[in-house]
Design a protein around this ligand. Structure first.
Ligand code: ZN
Length: 160
């Protein structure tokens, strides 16, 4: 029972990570001027600050039919795709590895290689790329340490 709850939290962490990827990864790409560390999310077309209740990963996009509440522009489908891709990719890898440390390591590798792939494919942002990349990697480190705590708790519960 406890094991299932912890596994659920790990999958939930991947769900949030998927949403986070749309700011972390997309802000490193060509054309972006928003700092990786900017807390708020903005409409990529009109710059409208997206309220918190519209930031629920995947569901908000579907609820608003992928349109900005302010300017009604279509938010690129690639945003939704990246959220789902990271969430499903990390979840499937981890579940396939029975929530072991190997699954944890492979999920990190999957996330960072997705980032690398996007940067190579779409090009790096023109201004302050290196400083934003550094911030991004530091943020990721915090993420992965928190995630490691969940895996550690799982391991402790499994062997108790
Ligand atoms: Zn807009």
């Amino acid at each position: 029972m406890e094991i299932n709850i912890i596994c659920f939290f790990i999958l939930f962490a991947f769900y949030v990570l998927g949403a986070y990827a749309t700011t972390d990864i997309l802000r490193l790409l060509k054309g972006s001027t928003t700092s990786v560390n900017a807390k708020d999310c903005y409409c990529p077309i009109c710059g409208y600050r997206i309220p918190l209740y519209d930031q629920i990963p995947i569901f908000s996009y579907l609820k608003n039919k992928g349109k900005c509440r302010n300017c009604h522009s279509q938010i690129p489908f690639s945003d939704l795709f990246l959220e789902i891709f990271i969430f499903l990719g990390c979840s499937i890898i981890t579940a396939a590895c029975s929530f072991s440390w190997i699954g944890f390591g492979l999920s990190i590798a999957f996330y960072e290689s997705t980032k690398l792939f996007y940067i190579i494919r779409k090009g790096a942002r023109e201004d302050h790329f290196l400083s934003n990349l550094l911030k991004s990697l530091l943020n990721n480190l915090v993420w992965f340490v928190l995630l490691a705590c969940l895996f550690l708790i799982l391991k402790l519960v499994r062997f108790s």
